[in-house]
Design a protein around this ligand. Structure first.
Ligand SMILES: Nc1nc2c(c(=O)[nH]1)N[C@H]1C(S)=C(S)[C@@H](COP(=O)(O)OP(=O)(O)OC[C@H]3O[C@@H](n4cnc5c(=O)[nH]c(N)nc54)[C@H](O)[C@@H]3O)O[C@H]1N2
Ligand SMILES: Nc1nc2c(c(=O)[nH]1)N[C@H]1C(S)=C(S)[C@@H](COP(=O)(O)OP(=O)(O)OC[C@H]3O[C@@H](n4cnc5c(=O)[nH]c(N)nc54)[C@H](O)[C@@H]3O)O[C@H]1N2
Ligand code: SF4
Ligand SMILES: [Mo]
Length: 744
């Protein structure tokens, strides 16, 4: 049964996205303000410091926060415009219940009625189909406190094993690889080490657009004489300045890194002392790349052999170096192997535990780091503990005051949950801070799955595309409407401060969860009066785990403008640089080389689908776009998805810049304007994924998963293309009515 009772147009007219172009009260609002609040940007994992200006419980502007050490006042376009999401006309102000007879599909209900319905549906479904038939999905734009609370809530209040989070789509490959090889999942070095590196190697990361403030660290390294290597199928803004650009074929990173390891071994650009004293498994890793000659590497990756040799020489002969990678190498069915192949390069040359060294993922979401430690992953308990480990379970059970047997076992990962919903085995879902209708691969499949749910409830502050499928929508809190901590890409725990209170009948996310827990009869396990109490319990729960927050207090985080975990006891200074003295977090203290052999992606080009497609981001839009597609100046900067295509390929199909083109994969088809650029490989297209419906790149992507991290292969699909006639009807959000925000 399709659940949307009314037309897309009616829903959009009511719920947007509409655009906000000015603060409440107009542009003069900032002159006379009530207070300034030092906090952090609500978007990416850089977590730049920012000062929000508040008047009459509305955010009316911002100032740079120059003292905050990470960004020293700098902000990217999203940070500059973030304040326009507060007081937005689309803000959800009351609980909504699906109503087939309402013209826009939903009617407002009181909190009691909404929560009673949620709880009665949870109980009905679990009684009929078992506890695990009700699943929960969460997200890491949420604070550490909320992440921890959700892990406990799902296991003890819902009693389900099936809890997972949107980091599964993001850092899961990097995390799995780092834990395997190094015993811990965190950036090894703080960003202040980047300017100390002699070589900076960027693999599959569009730093200037997706981690914009990191760019300034790389400029500082350049000023100090560092060389730059970039591996990317596109000449990204930073790649334009690289000493060595490796414009590889998508899906071939482990072949590239394996070839570099082969060359390091052949030329003896190795740190033998480090390998001997601090690692195991070198011989097996070396054996795996024995045949990976530069010629072989060139054939697989389509990068000239001499250029791979140049990269190997720069990396192998530099005393210090940092390799920074992101989703470009991680969003693959071999995402974990790709990351391991990078870690092997760091270990082989001894680039760990020292200033200016380290192989590091660039964490994506705002709390992508902290959120992946506090136990809302399907296989995890707080402190980055393992839910299948009996000792770990016993410890967390003692903190929670329950019997170990009351904690469910390992559940399904995010995409697997959606697969089981589609198969009819999971019947109910509560999601918070996750927009699977846009962000999961194969959107047609996801929409079908959401419509099969017997009951679906969403906690969000805007009507996300997923929420349009919900039975009950609960208005939660924006970043600036609550306080708590997040942990930035560097591993720095920082404080989010509340600037305004939730408007209308909207409530803080954690209070909503506490109310549901109470109605499920679990009040005694969730007795927090404020989020600091949740944090303090989380510190105890993390004690003895790898992500140990014991010595981190809210007060110290504020006073010191952030603290790096681990801080295993009170008074501990925190740990900005991991692995000093070559001590890793594995049982024997040694890092593990893991052998990596190249294998092709899940889909490869053929006669029917002869062109590679990759997907990713642009600077002015953020993730599934629920927030940034509502902010006028950001939409102006990049209003709709464009398909990047090389001039040679475009010419082959008679496509000119701006022409509509149709891109078709085995999953679906979309028509969008071509952006003819010479900065992309001639055999590959790139489409940013921040839009919904007919503009969603995930109409084309596939559900193939990495067997270990369960991350989808967003970065490799195969497609065919054709020029479309110019008159394709697509709902264009820019046509929506503009507002100056004063109507909110
Ligand atoms: N503006 C903006 N910034 C963001 C976000 C956002 O949505 N918008 N999201 C945040 C989040 S959650 C994340 S995860 C990060 C993501 O940050 P990034 O990973 O840097 O961003 P992506 O655009 O997903 O992909 C990065 C690069 O991978 C390249 N690539 C594609 N396929 C391959 C391949 O097979 N091999 C290699 N080596 N490269 C490949 C693409 O060309 C692209 O330049 O950004 C964070 N910051
Ligand atoms: N094709 C393709 N698809 C991709 C990717 C790609 O590169 N290509 N990248 C993947 C990656 S790396 C990521 S991280 C995912 C992201 O995918 P999602 O996590 O689904 O994207 P978000 O836009 O962050 O969705 C979060 C939802 O939570 C809401 N929200 C944000 N903050 C809060 C909060 O504090 N409280 C509450 N209650 N709600 C909140 C937002 O309004 C939004 O509706 O997308 C993935 N999808
Ligand atoms: S770099 Fe990230 S955290 Fe900093 S302003 Fe931009 S989006 Fe916000
Ligand atoms: Mo991400």
């Amino acid at each position: 049964m399709a659940k949307l009772p009314v037309t897309e147009e009616a829903l959009m007219a009511k719920f947007g996205p509409h655009l906000n172009v000015a603060p409440p009260g107009g542009w003069n609002a900032g002159l006379d303000i009530d207070k300034e609040v030092k906090t952090h940007c609500c978007f990416c994992g850089q977590q730049c410091g920012i000062v929000l200006k508040v008047k009459d419980n509305e955010i009316v502007g911002f100032e740079p926060w120059y003292e905050f050490p990470f960004n020293e006042g700098r902000l990217c376009p999203k940070g500059v415009k973030r304040y326009l999401q507060g007081s937005h006309p689309d803000r959800l102000l009351a609980p909504l219940e699906r109503d087939e007879s309402a013209s826009d599909g939903f009617r407002e209900v009181e909190w009691d009625a909404a929560l009673d319905r949620v709880v009665s549906e949870i109980q009905r479904i679990q009684e009929e189909h078992g506890a695990d038939s009700f699943a929960m999905l969460s997200g890491v734009s949420l604070t550490n406190e909320k992440s921890y609370l959700i892990g406990k809530f799902a296991r003890l209040a819902l009693g389900t094993a099936n809890l997972d989070y949107n980091g599964r789509l993001c850092m899961a490959s990097a995390g799995a690889a780092a834990k395997k090889a190094l015993g811990v999942d965190r950036a090894p070095n703080p960003w202040s080490d980047i300017p100390l590196a002699d070589i900076v190697f960027i693999a599959g990361a569009n730093i200037a657009e997706c981690a914009p403030i990191t760019t300034s660290y790389i400029w500082r390294a350049r000023d100090n004489g560092a060389k730059l290597i970039v591996a990317d199928p596109r000449v990204t803004p930073l790649a334009r300045t690289a000493d060595v650009f490796l414009g590889l074929k998508i899906g071939t990173d482990s072949a590239l890194m394996g070839t570099i390891l082969h060359i390091l071994i052949e030329r003896d650009w190795l740190d033998h002392d480090f390998i001997e004293q601090h690692t195991t498994g070198f011989d097996a890793a070396a054996a795996a790349v024995r045949e990976y000659t530069p010629q072989w590497g060139a054939e697989i990756t389509d990068v000239p052999a001499s250029r791979i040799e140049e990269a190997a020489e720069l990396w192998g002969t530099s005393a210090t170096g940092m390799l920074l990678h992101a989703r470009g190498i991680e969003h693959h069915t071999k995402g974990v192997e790709n990351v391991l192949s990078c870690i092997n390069l760091g270990l082989a040359t001894g680039k760990y535990g020292k200033p200016g060294c380290g192989v590091s993922t660039i964490t994506g979401q705002g709390n992508g780091q902290g959120g992946r430690e506090q136990g809302h992953k399907c296989d995890q308990l707080p402190g980055n503990r393992d839910i299948t480990n009996p000792e770990h379970r016993e410890y967390i059970a003692s903190v929670w005051g329950v019997d170990e047997s009351e904690i469910p076992g390992k559940g399904l990962s995010a995409q697997e949950i959606m697969n089981e919903i589609h198969a009819g085995n999971i019947k109910g879902l509560l999601s918070i801070c996750f927009n699977p209708a846009v962000s999961l691969p194969d959107t047609k499949f996801t929409a079908e799955a959401l419509d099969k749910l017997e009951f679906y409830s969403v906690i969000d502050f805007f009507m996300s595309e997923s929420a349009l499928h919900a039975d009950i929508v609960l208005p939660g809190s924006l970043h600036e409407e609550d306080e708590g901590t997040v942990t930035s890409a560097e591993g720095r725990v920082i404080k989010i401060n509340q600037a305004v209170s939730p408007p209308g009948k909207a409530r803080k996310d954690w209070e909503i969860l506490l109310d549901i827990a109470e109605r499920l009869g679990k009040k005694s396990l969730f007795t927090y009066d404020n989020t600091e109490e949740i944090f303090n319990e989380m510190r105890i729960a993390s004690h003895g785990g790898t992500a140990d927050y014991t010595g981190i207090t809210w007060q110290r985080v504020e006073d010191e403008m952030g603290m790096f975990w681990p801080a295993p006891e009170i008074g501990h200074p925190g740990t900005p640089r991991l692995f000093e003295g070559g001590k890793f977090f594995t049982d024997d203290g040694r890092a593990r080389f893991i052998p990596v052999s190249y294998r092709p992606p899940a889909e490869v080009v053929d006669d029917e689908y002869p062109i590679w497609l990759t997907t990713g981001r642009v600077i002015s839009q953020y993730l599934s776009g629920t927030q940034t597609r509502r902010i006028g100046p950001l939409v102006d900067q990049y209003p709709e998805p464009l398909c990047e295509i090389h001039p040679n390929l475009a010419a082959e199909y008679g496509i000119s810049d701006g022409d509509q083109m149709t891109v078709t994969s085995r999953r679906g088809s979309m028509t969008l304007p071509a952006s003819v650029v010479s900065t992309i490989r001639p055999d590959t297209l790139f489409i940013p994924y921040h839009w919904a419906g007919k503009k969603s790149a995930n109409q084309l992507t596939q559900r193939a998963l990495d067997p270990v991290s369960k991350i989808p292969e967003y970065k490799v699909s195969v497609v065919r293309i054709e020029k479309a006639d110019g008159s394709v009807a697509v709902t264009d959000e820019r046509d929506m009515e503009l507002t100056d925000g004063s109507q909110a």
